[in-house]
Design a protein. Structure first.
Lengths: 146, 146
DNA sequence: TAGACACCCTGAAGTAGCTATAGGGTCAAG
DNA sequence: CTTGACCCTATAGCTACTTCAGGGTGTCTA
């Protein structure tokens, strides 16, 4: 099959497929008489493997590593588990960051209940205070306001 | 003060300061006899305002908008509130995404309890199944596995 | 007076994972 | 013989920086 059909079947863009090839994730395909890429069912599976891992938020470098385990089923899977654990830790870390961000934003948002002049707006007042080095409501920690 | 002191006082890198200037966030500073940038207390506050907003996860375009409200205190603050609401919605959206990602990763991770050959590893088996278009444990939805 | 060192300058490239654009070739249908 | 759908390469753009190459400035010391 050609690149368009491959893309349609996997739900990803043609440019993305070419990008994965350039990045060394997808096996280099054969070319037909017109110089068009020609893919096999193997490569369709390979691309679906990649997209599935991407949907789990994994970076391309780690997907590359997982593909190597796919091609070497006799290898010890400890590396696979490690990749998963790393990814879980990364996602947890990001969630912690977003959680505290959300709390800060909520605190800040509550400073303005109704429309008024920006100079009187509790949000702007708070941001301007913080700019002067004074304490702010959104970062009520001892050393806050990075 | 020169750029190094400004950077030290705000805890950001010299290159970041020059970057903000290039992006039109920081007021263009005076230059001294040697062509070095020379900053005032006003600009220190401006930079601290920017860094504070960045610590709330706001993109530079929205910080630019907030800076305009800072310089126009007579404007209606509805735009300020809208920026905050947008940012809160964005963070909530990201958290929802990460939350479901985390659940999927946990389900997948549980497929392998001990070291073995990658070909026998429950994680790899699951990923390979998904690559063939078969249902996977990490995406147990009707249409899952994007 | 020469060298060392800390600081400053510009401009360009690199990061992640694509997406989009420019400028062209291939092929079947009408 | 032209239209349209598809394909190709190479390059730039996106975010928010960081890093690097190559060079200038200013002060202190030997
Ligand atoms: Zn307000
Ligand atoms: Zn704050
Ligand atoms: Zn395993
Ligand atoms: Zn899945």
């Amino acid at each position: 099959m050609r690149i368009g059909e491959l893309a349609r079947r996997t739900g990803c863009e043609v440019e993305t497929v070419r990008y994965y090839e350039k990045e060394g994730l997808l096996t280099i395909p054969q070319r037909d008489g017109s110089g068009y890429r020609s893919y096999t069912g193997q490569q369709l599976e390979e691309l679906q493997f990649i997209r599935h891992c991407r949907s789990l938020g994994m970076p391309l470098a780690e997907i590359k590593a997982l593909l190597r385990f796919r091609y070497h089923p006799q290898w010890d899977c400890a590396g696979v588990n490690a990749i998963l654990d790393t990814q879980i830790a990364r996602v947890q870390e990001q969630m912690r960051g977003l959680q505290s961000l959300l709390e800060q934003l909520h605190l800040l948002r509550m400073e303005c209940a109704h429309r008024q002049q920006a100079g009187e707006c509790g949000i702007m007042k708070n941001l301007n205070q913080a700019a002067k080095g004074e304490p702010c409501l959104c970062h009520p920690l001892p050393e806050g306001c990075a």
